[in-house]
Ligand binder design. Structure first.
Ligand SMILES: [Fe+2]
Length: 231
């Protein structure tokens, strides 16, 4: 089994959580069928034709000018259940801009797009399982789950194992967000301790004078203290 193989545990949100309306339509109504690993699943390319380069991890440097918003450094370690680093794993992020708008045709809420911000980045973990992104703090945005629904500011994370079939997806939040209590996605993680593992911490080690605040977000897979994942 690969490092990222896992089964859902109590810390993960349930497939069906009616307060999060989309789950009513997409949650499986029958027991899941476990597919055996096939050789093609674990030997296929994981990263596409080109490997990530250093620029892919700087979401503020992908266009001619700098994006609007508060520059931040988001970093952490990818660890297995025994606290060992997971090396050379592809970590991808995507997020809204500082105004809370995604570059996506479905996102039509009346906040401005930023011509200097796409909102997607990727990097590989190093030998200590570390990853690091430079980006801007995303804004909260409205969604149509229920009347006056607003998502807390968040960054989406995807972590690949050795193949496309080994992928875990979660969201990172910012400490002290007043929208937590009313967000059905955050609240669908029922264990308060597990919810806390989705919240990054202000990090003075990576906070850089006169330049950027740092936030730390460690991702743990395969243990009772794992980061909750969207399955
Ligand atoms: Fe989002």
């Amino acid at each position: 089994m690969s490092a990222l193989c896992r089964v859902p545990d109590d810390g993960d949100p349930p497939y069906l959580y009616p307060a999060y309306r989309s789950t009513v339509l997409r949650a499986p109504s029958r027991p899941l069928v476990m597919l055996p690993d096939r050789i093609a699943d674990t030997t296929g390319p994981a990263f596409g034709d080109d490997r990530p380069d250093a620029g892919d991890a700087d979401l503020t440097g992908q266009h001619a000018g700098e994006p609007l918003g508060q520059r931040i450094v988001v970093s952490g370690r990818l660890l297995d259940g025994d606290g060992r680093p997971i090396r050379s794993a592809l970590v991808e992020i995507w997020q809204a801009n500082a105004a809370g708008r995604y570059v996506h045709r479905v996102d039509q809420h009346p906040a401005p797009l930023d011509p200097n911000f796409t909102g997607a980045g990727r990097c590989l973990t190093d030998d200590d399982g570390r990853y690091r992104f430079v980006t801007i703090r995303p804004g909260a945005y409205p969604w149509q789950n229920h009347p006056n629904a607003w998502r807390p500011a968040h960054i989406h994370f995807s972590v690949f194992g050795r193949a496309f079939t080994d992928r875990l997806v979660t969201q990172m939040y910012f400490p002290g967000d007043p929208l937590f209590a009313d967000d059905p996605i955050f609240q669908s993680v029922r264990d308060p301790a597990a919810r806390e593992r989705l919240v990054s911490a202000l990090d003075w080690e990576t906070t850089t004078p006169e330049w950027a605040l740092g936030y730390r977000f460690d991702i743990v897979v395969g243990s009772r203290s794992a980061t909750p994942m969207e399955d």
